[in-house]
Design a protein around this ligand. Structure first.
Ligand SMILES: Nc1nc2c(ncn2[C@@H]2O[C@H](COP(=O)(O)OP(=O)(O)OP(=O)(O)O)[C@@H](O)[C@H]2O)c(=O)[nH]1
Ligand SMILES: [Mg+2]
Length: 413
């Protein structure tokens, strides 16, 4: 019996030693590194948390106190709402608009990416795409994924992309052949002429555009180089602007030999449409006798659609269209819009967006002034800025409006 008791005492003593050894061992062991991903997988109560907190084992930077770690999850998403990524406030009744073909998909994708990164991710405006053909599914899929607002796709009615009945197509074909010989850019292109006529007289009347009051035209392959932190459409409305530009230049005379005559013919028949305080000094050096060939480069435009849909503008376009120069010459929509804005808007209704840094081959508008460029994260080379170049008409615009050129422009010429 005494032997059995002794035997039992040994067993109890051995068990006690084992328990003691276990406690000593666990309290003095070095904490094992925690692998966040592994722990996060296990800790399903904190979904998507890359650094799950295991009490007593710091897995976060030492700057966070223990209390902070205990009271709330250590990383995003936190329990509070994150601030919105978009700008607050009302939106204007405005849209981007692009005329494009299915084959332009990757070049317009690039443009959209620039516009979204620099501006529209904060404002989420819609984007209307127009085409003389049906857009295919790939075009729609890619562009709608890139645009932060709603996207809409419209087919241009045949009557807006064909010869009007008064055009002699043989005469038009002969002109194209001549222009081809003279190597005039797009001189032999039929589609380019339909495009210029459509942009001059019809895009703002497409049923999809009737929902809007403001537009921003975007072409394939453009770049935006600086952040735009305010609503440019609201700026236009608040400041009573109707038309705007970033680049201006002289048109190739060979493409518009009789455009100014057609414009003068219009002013004779519709004097009521001519604004009193117009921009004639931009358009002409001799009070309207001849044209300077200066125009705002219309591949960029922010403008008012109601102005383009007004009787004044429609009368202007209809009058030019009957003169036939879209087909018998090669009138571009840039000089057409510019002459219309120059004659029928007051000069302070036309705005130069110096702060919108822009590229369309082959010209760059890079804002003058280093501090502005730094503050707006611009990535254009100021040496590429076209504004103060002899072929630009922007100095003329400044002079006509009595505007001071931006500080430092002489150094950046
Ligand atoms: N749907 C359609 N869009 C066109 C056609 N031709 C041109 N466009 C679009 O009309 C706009 C002007 O055409 P561009 O070819 O860029 O003309 P441009 O700017 O004078 O010349 P580039 O220096 O080549 O850019 C762009 O948005 C084009 O995508 C066409 O035949 N069909
Ligand atoms: Mg273009």
């Amino acid at each position: 019996m005494a032997g059995t008791q002794r035997y039992l005492r040994y067993i109890v003593f051995a068990a006690f030693c084992l328990v003691l050894l276990y406690f000593i061992g666990s309290s003095s062991s070095v904490p094992v590194a925690s692998w966040p991903g592994h722990e996060a997988e296990k800790d399903t109560s904190v979904p998507d948390t890359p650094h799950a907190v295991i009490p007593g084992i710091p897995s976060t930077p030492v700057s966070q106190s223990h209390d902070q770690l205990q009271s709330k999850p250590s990383t995003t998403p936190n329990d509070k709402e994150l601030p919105p990524a978009t700008a607050s406030g009302d939106r204007m009744n405005a849209t981007f608009v692009t005329l494009a073909r299915n084959q332009d998909i990757w070049e317009i994708a690039k443009s959209i990416r620039h516009v979204e990164d620099r501006f529209n991710r904060k404002f989420n405006y819609d984007w209307v795409f127009l085409n003389d053909d049906d857009f295919n599914d790939e075009f729609k899929k890619v562009t709608s994924a890139l645009v932060s607002g709603k996207t809409k796709y419209g087919k241009i009615p045949k009557e807006h992309w064909s010869y009007p009945e008064w055009i002699d197509q043989n005469k038009a074909a002969k002109v194209r052949e001549d222009m081809k010989q003279k190597k005039i850019i797009y001189g032999d292109s039929v589609s380019y002429r339909h495009m210029c006529r459509y942009e001059s007289g019809f895009f703002f009347r497409h049923p999809l555009m009737l929902d809007y009051e403001w537009y921003w035209r975007v072409e394939p392959s453009i770049d935006l180089y600086c952040d735009i932190n305010y609503d440019t459409f609201k700026f236009m409305a608040d400041n009573k602007k109707k038309y705007s530009f970033v680049l201006s230049l002289y048109e190739y005379v060979e493409t518009i030999p009789t455009l100014w005559d057609a414009a003068k013919n219009f002013t004779k028949h519709y004097p009521q449409h001519i604004a009193k305080d117009n921009s004639m000094k931009f358009l002409s050096d001799d009070n309207g006798e001849t044209y300077t060939n200066c125009h705002f480069w219309s591949n960029f435009e922010i403008g008012n659609l109601n102005w383009l849909r007004s009787d004044a503008y429609i009368d202007f376009f209809t009058s030019l269209d009957h003169a036939g120069g879209f087909f018998y010459e090669r009138w571009g929509d840039a000089p057409v819009h510019s002459i219309a804005a120059g004659l029928m808007l007051a000069k302070d209704e036309i705005h130069f967006f110096n702060d919108i840094a822009y590229y369309h081959v082959p010209f760059t508008h890079c804002p003058t002034g280093e501090q502005y460029r730094l503050d707006h994260k611009c990535h254009c080379n100021p040496k590429d800025n076209f504004d103060w170049n002899g072929y630009s008409c922007t100095s003329r615009f400044y002079e006509m409006n009595g505007m001071q050129k931006p500080v430092g422009f002489e150094k950046e010429q």
